[in-house]
Design a protein around this ligand. Structure first.
Ligand SMILES: Nc1ncnc2c1ncn2[C@@H]1O[C@H](COP(=O)(O)OP(=O)(O)O)[C@@H](O)[C@H]1O
Ligand SMILES: [Mg+2]
Length: 235
């Protein structure tokens, strides 16, 4: 049994069918990506996993059906979402945003350890801890969003477009950290419009088009697929 098992997932916005019969799995320890063009349904898929929108079909995490659970309950199980556009609290400090990541937890010593770990991964966050989040650069804000997600102690990290709108050199650092975290055992479901970046770091990928999975396989096989190369990689 995979850590995350999604079967026949569909979701609607009014009459618009945003997800049609999506099935996917993520094994414990894997880094899997969902790739596809703008509007394909990638964000909707992560929102569905986090219990933020109504869906049909089943989502099982570690054997437990997530149907009917609140977003807070789902975070409590360790399904942690680092959302598109970061969604930080801009008027709160870096330190306060990180503390909010741990709001469901009471294990103070472990929270302190996790904060230390986040500061090691992203030293700039420690330097800027008293600074308001809204005054950080885009790349620093993305680091903070990932740091805040790590403060929830994820058992699976759902990462939505971590490269979006960020200077290439910072993207490289962020993707190094994503790989480091995964190498340390963190199961990750990565959503990216930047297909070559995603295929470089993941072991398997699902290609979404108009809310459907049109292709799934190892990153090597997907990168070798003619349609993927033409549509997303410009080759
Ligand atoms: N809140 C919303 N209300 C109505 N339609 C939406 C909403 N969010 C997304 N959509 C539509 O759902 C589809 C999938 O969007 P999204 O999941 O954001 O795609 P992606 O993340 O792959 O760019 C798009 O057609 C988009 O316009
Ligand atoms: Mg999106």
């Amino acid at each position: 049994m995979a850590l995350l098992e999604v079967d026949g997932l569909s979701a609607f916005y009014g009459h618009l069918r945003a997800l049609s019969d999506i099935s996917l799995t993520v094994e414990a320890g894997e880094l899997v990506s969902i790739i596809g063009a703008n509007g394909a349904g990638k964000t909707t898929c992560l929102r569905a996993l986090s219990g933020l929108i109504a869906t049909t079909g089943t989502i099982r995490f570690d054997g437990q059906n997530l149907a009917g659970l609140s977003p807070q309950d789902i975070v409590g199980l360790g399904v942690v979402h680092c959302p598109e556009g970061r969604k930080l609290f801009p008027d709160m400090t870096v330190g306060e945003n990180l503390s909010l990541g741990a709001f469901l937890r009471s294990d103070r010593a472990a929270i302190r350890d996790d904060l230390e770990r986040v500061n090691e991964l992203f030293p700039i966050l420690h330097e800027r801890r008293e600074q308001k989040a809204g005054t950080l650069s885009g790349g620093e804000q993305q680091m903070l969003a990932i740091g805040r997600a790590l403060m929830c102690r994820p058992r699976i990290l759902l990462l939505d477009e971590p490269s979006f709108g960020i200077a290439p050199i910072i993207v490289d650092r962020i993707f190094e950290v994503i790989q480091e975290l995964n190498a340390g055992g963190l199961t990750t479901l990565l959503v990216e419009q930047n297909v070559s970046l995603a295929l470089d770091v993941c072991s398997r990928a699902y290609v979404l088009e108009s809310g459907r999975v049109v292709l799934a396989g190892s990153s090597a096989d997907i990168a070798a697929d003619k349609a993927v190369r033409e549509t997303y990689l410009g080759m």
